[in-house]
Design a protein around this ligand. Structure first.
Ligand code: GDP
Ligand code: ZN
Length: 385
C-alpha cells in the first residue's frame, strides 16, 4: 500500500477505516491532502499535545495552532484532524475537521464554560445497573444529555438547539442478577416507558448474554459508555474489547521524533468493528446542558405543551393548560411530568450561568479590541503625526 498519498486511497481500503474514516471525512480532508498534510484521529490528549492515529501509525503532535482560546475548539479525543507529514519537528495539528457531534459539559465546579469531552460520537450507550432498583428519572437525565450532544461549534446552549447526531441506547447491565426471564422483560418494558423510541438492551458482561447484539450495534461507528459509577461500564468495555484489551490499549507507537513509546489510548478499536471512546471526563458526568435533549426525551409533554392556551405556560395552574388536562385524564403519568419539570429547572440554571459567562466574554473582547484600537492609533500618530 502506498503511504505517500493516503488521500488517493478510497475510504473502504484506507488504513484509518477501522477508526471510522469514511467518504465524508475523505471529502472534508481533501483540501488538506492537497497541502500534503496527514489525516488522523485523536486517540488521546494531554497538556497541549495529542496522540493521533494516522495512515503512518500513531504520531504525537502539538495542538497550539488550533484556536486554543476557544474552549469549544480545544482538540479532543475523537476529533479528526490534519497533521504535519513525516519529517516535521515538532509536528502540529494544523486543523480540526468539522465535528459531527460532541459531548460538552457545560459546567465544572468553578467555571461555567463548555468543556468538550468527546467528539464524533455515533452511539451513546447509557449503562444502567440491574443490581439496584431502577431509577427512571436518572435514565431520563442521561438520555437528555445524550440527545443534546452537539457539534461543539457554538456555545452549548445554542448548539444544543441543533439536531443531535448521537443515537442513544440504554443497556441494562448485570442482567444475570435478574433470576427469571419474565422479570427481565418487565424491567425492559419499564425502562422503555421512560425512553420512548430508544432501544433497551439487557446484557451481562459476566455470562456474555446480549453482548453479541450490543457488539453488532456499536460496530457501526463510534460509541461512548455513559452511566453512574458502578453501572458496569468498565466490565462492559472489557467484554466488548475481548482479550485484545491490553494489546490495543498499550501499543508501541512512534512519537514525533521517531522514538518508540508506550501510550494509553482513550479511543479503542473494537474487535467486532466500531470504536469505543472512554475518557476520564466522560466518566464523571456532572451537570450538562440538555435543553433540546429534554425536549426529545419528553416529546409527548412538549407536544401537549403546544396546545396550552398560553405559549409560556408553566403547566402549573394556568387555565387552558393541555399538559395538566392530560394529567387529569390519566394520559400523562405524574412521574413523567415531575421528571420533566425537574430537568427543565436544572437546565435553566445552567443556561443562565452560560449566558453570564458569554456576556462577560463579550465585554472582555470589546475591551481588548478597544485597547488594540487605541494602540494602533498611537502607532499611527507616532509614524504620521
Ligand atoms: P463502572 O464503575 O461503571 O466502570 O462499573 P464496573 O465495570 O467497575 O462494575 C462495577 C461492579 O459491578 C464490579 O464489582 C463488577 O464486578 C460488577 N459487574 C459488572 N458487570 C457485571 C455483570 O454483568 N454481572 C454481575 N453480576 N456483576 C457485574
Ligand atoms: Zn400548560
Amino acid at each position: 500500500m502506498s503511504l505517500s498519498s493516503p488521500s488517493a486511497l478510497s475510504a473502504s481500503s484506507h488504513p484509518l477505516t477501522p477508526y471510522g474514516w469514511d467518504d465524508g471525512w475523505e471529502a472534508e480532508f481533501a483540501p488538506y491532502a492537497e497541502q500534503g498534510l496527514l489525516p488522523g484521529r485523536v486517540v488521546r490528549v494531554d497538556r497541549g499535545q495529542c496522540d493521533v492515529v494516522t495512515p503512518l501509525g500513531t504520531v504525537r503532535a502539538d495542538t497550539e495552532f488550533v484556536v486554543p482560546r476557544d474552549p469549544m475548539k480545544v482538540v479532543c479525543t475523537g476529533d479528526w484532524v490534519a497533521v504535519d507529514p513525516a519529517g516535521s519537528d515538532p509536528r502540529y495539528v494544523r486543523t480540526l475537521l468539522p465535528r459531527r457531534t460532541a459531548f460538552v459539559r457545560s459546567t465544572s465546579s468553578k467555571r461555567s464554560e463548555g468543556q468538550v469531552l468527546a467528539t464524533n460520537i455515533d452511539h451513546a450507550v447509557i449503562c444502567v445497573s440491574l443490581a439496584v432498583e431502577l431509577d427512571l428519572g436518572r435514565i431520563e437525565r442521561f438520555l437528555a444529555l445524550a440527545m443534546s450532544s452537539s457539534t461543539g461549534d457554538a456555545p452549548p446552549h445554542e448548539s444544543a438547539l441543533r439536531e443531535s447526531g448521537a443515537q442513544p441506547l440504554v443497556v441494562l447491565t448485570k442482567a444475570d442478577l435478574v433470576p427469571d426471564a419474565a422479570g427481565l422483560s418487565y424491567l425492559v418494558q419499564d425502562v422503555e416507558t421512560a425512553a420512548p423510541g430508544v432501544p433497551v438492551l439487557p446484557v451481562s458482561s459476566l455470562t456474555g448474554d446480549g453482548l453479541d447484539v450490543l457488539a453488532a450495534v456499536v460496530a457501526g461507528g463510534t460509541s461512548v459508555l455513559l452511566g453512574q459509577s458502578g453501572a458496569g461500564k468498565s466490565s462492559l468495555a472489557n467484554a466488548l474489547l475481548g482479550e485484545d484489551v491490553m494489546g490495543v490499549q498499550h501499543t508501541r507507537d512512534v512519537d514525533g521524533k521517531g522514538r518508540h513509546t508506550t501510550t494509553t489510548r482513550n479511543l479503542l478499536v473494537l474487535p467486532g468493528g466500531g470504536v469505543l471512546i472512554d475518557t476520564p471526563g466522560l466518566r464523571g458526568v456532572g451537570l450538562w446542558d440538555a435543553e433540546s435533549g429534554v425536549g426529545q426525551v419528553f416529546a409527548e409533554v412538549e407536544e401537549l405543551a403546544e396546545r396550552c392556551r398560553f405559549h409560556d405556560c408553566a403547566h402549573d395552574s394556568e387555565p387552558g393548560c393541555a399538559v395538566l388536562a392530560a394529567l387529569d385524564a390519566g394520559d400523562l403519568p405524574e412521574r413523567r411530568l415531575e421528571s420533566y419539570r425537574k430537568l427543565m429547572r436544572e437546565n435553566q440554571r445552567i443556561v443562565a450561568k452560560t449566558d453570564a459567562r458569554l456576556r462577560a466574554e463579550i465585554r472582555r473582547d470589546w475591551k481588548r479590541k478597544g485597547a488594540e484600537g487605541r494602540a494602533a492609533m498611537a502607532v499611527k500618530r507616532g509614524r504620521w503625526g
